[in-house]
Design a protein around this ligand. Structure first.
Ligand code: HEC
Ligand code: HEC
Length: 450
């Protein structure tokens, strides 16, 4: 009779953080994060739910500079955790120059009703979006044009990195690297980036009523909330919420452009009808997480409010809520007090954990390496031997014929140097101990940089 125990019984995790190890037996929580009950939209497709292991692979890819042509740029170069996964530069620097639009914050991308991505919504899904920066001549340089390598070259490069063979095997059961596997993992990681621990959330939880004054808000913040959320009416609200709807503050999928119509190159561009969520536009101290709008033309939130206070012109495609089609451009005539109140309210939408949580940080050490990977293993106790010592078998899915290490420890803190163990041609690591083992704890590791 065989009993299967979970790997955690024998395969233990030590204090790994400073070594930049990836412990696949003790993953960060990406799949089961708490989403407040009042958050409804969710653009997760049925075939790509977030899993802890999938998002972990996505995290590694997101921070890996080897995904760019000359290995100098990762997704995180332009989407920085300390700036809500945005960039403080107006245009971000890629391998081939600077981007044509300002980088977008990646906060709560999962919770947007508009399920098409980029400022101009040209990516049909988040999955499709994630490999486009890799294929952009300026951003990561695998465009296949202008002398660039193409995406198949990138796929080949990633396939040849043994660490990825190990990780793809752990996630997908085989080491094959494909564009679709990369897209699934990257979008699981991006969708996992969520921020719901703001002052706004506290106030909403306390009142369950967006129209009530929030007890934890200042009078100015409550005034700003009322202006933002109430419909446009002379002397009343300014109607921001009709496009940036609470409580997600995502963009109305039907929005036209908002009158910001000049590209970074200075030519007219009326295609920008998506906005990232207005959560975390500023950090906890109120500093902008980068300039605003697709052209980065508004340095501060006051600049943004001044734009809506007097939309420059009623150009083609301007949303009718801002005076497009029939009307003169919106002109609010807000007093400085009311403008400041709107700015103060926007500051209440920022969370804290998204800036610091390790699960969204780089898994690489200063030398751009991951020291080692701890594999999940299955432990089987064979209790057939009556009165004798029990046989113990450890098994793990692995890359065929790649050499791993079996390490032992008596305290889960200090591990020995380990003995090399080669995976079978079928991709299995097997270790059988005939008698009761003297060391108490065992684990298989992949020594990526030891
Ligand atoms: C060189 C800078 C740069 C790099 C590298 C980069 N991005 Fe971006 N990202 C941008 C810019 C700029 C935009 C907006 C572009 C546009 O709309 O035309 C953007 C937009 C996005 C969006 C759309 C967000 C939304 O709400 O619509 C996602 C998602 C995203 N990037 C993810 C990634 C991922 C994943 C990677 C790595 C594979 C990556 N980015 C690499 C600069 C970069
Ligand atoms: C008709 C829909 C609409 C209304 C109403 C509207 N916005 Fe916007 N907003 C947009 C669009 C579209 C963008 C992205 C435009 C771009 O970058 O070209 C945007 C961008 C923004 C941004 C910049 C986001 C970023 O990541 O850079 C802020 C901040 C903002 N709006 C605040 C407001 C405020 C405050 C109000 C009310 C005074 C308001 N909006 C009213 C549609 C709207």
């Amino acid at each position: 009779m065989k009993k299967i125990f979970t790997s955690l019984i024998l395969i233990a995790n030590g204090a790994l953080a400073q070594e930049a190890a990836l412990d696949l037996t003790d993953l960060h929580s990406y799949a089961d994060q708490t989403v407040p009950a009042y958050i409804a939209p969710d653009n997760t497709p049925a075939n790509n739910p977030i899993s802890d292991i999938g998002a972990t692979l996505g995290r590694v890819l997101f921070y890996d500079k080897r995904l760019s042509k000359d290995s100098t740029v990762s997704c995180a170069s332009c989407h920085q955790q300390e700036h809500a996964f945005g960039d403080t530069a107006i245009a971000s620097t890629g391998v081939g120059g600077t981007t044509g639009r300002h980088s977008m914050r990646l906060i709560n991308t999962r919770f947007s009703r508009e399920a098409k991505f980029f400022w101009d919504e040209r990516a049909a899904t988040l999955e499709a979006q994630t490999t486009q920066p890799i294929q952009d001549h300026i951003e990561m340089g695998f465009s296949g044009a202008d002398g660039d390598p193409d995406l198949s070259d990138l796929v080949e490069r990633v396939s040849e990195i043994e660490l990825y063979q190990v990780l793809f095997t752990a996630v997908y059961g085989s080491p094959a690297v494909t564009e679709s596997r990369m897209q699934m993992a990257l979008s699981q990681f991006v969708r996992s980036i969520q921020s719901f621990d703001s002052k706004y959330d506290e106030g909403f939880v306390a009142t369950q009523n967006i129209n009530a004054d929030f007890p934890n808000f200042t009078a100015q913040e409550n005034l700003g909330k009322s202006l933002f959320t109430s419909p446009l009416r002379p002397g009343g609200g300014v109607g921001c919420a009709s496009c940036h709807s609470p409580p997600t503050f995502d963009i109305d999928p039907a929005s036209g452009h908002n009158g910001v119509i000049t590209s970074l190159e200075g030519v007219e561009d009326r295609t920008n009808t998506r906005s990232p969520s207005l959560r975390d536009v500023v950090d906890g101290e109120g500093n902008p997480n980068g300039p605003f709008m697709h052209d980065g033309s508004k340095a501060t939130l006051l600049d943004v409010v001044n734009h809506y206070n007097a939309i420059p012109a009623a150009t083609q495609g301007l949303d009718r809520r801002l005076g497009g089609a029939q009307g003169p451009p919106l002109s609010l005539n807000l007093s400085e007090n009311l403008k400041e109140a709107l700015v103060a309210f926007l500051g209440t939408l920022s969370g804290t954990s998204v800036y610091t949580d390790e699960k969204w940080s780089s898994p690489f050490n200063a030398a751009n390496e991951i020291s080692f990977v701890v594999l999940p293993a299955e432990v089987t106790f064979d209790s057939d031997v009556v009165g004798g010592a029990r046989n113990v078998t450890l098994r793990a899915a692995a890359v065929p014929r790649v050499t791993y290490l079996l390490k032992t420890s008596s305290d889960m803190e200090n591990w020995d140097a380990g003995v090399p163990i080669e995976a079978t041609a079928e991709g299995e690591l097997i270790h059988e101990m005939v008698a009761a083992p003297s060391a108490k704890f065992f684990r298989f590791i992949y020594p990526s940089a030891e």
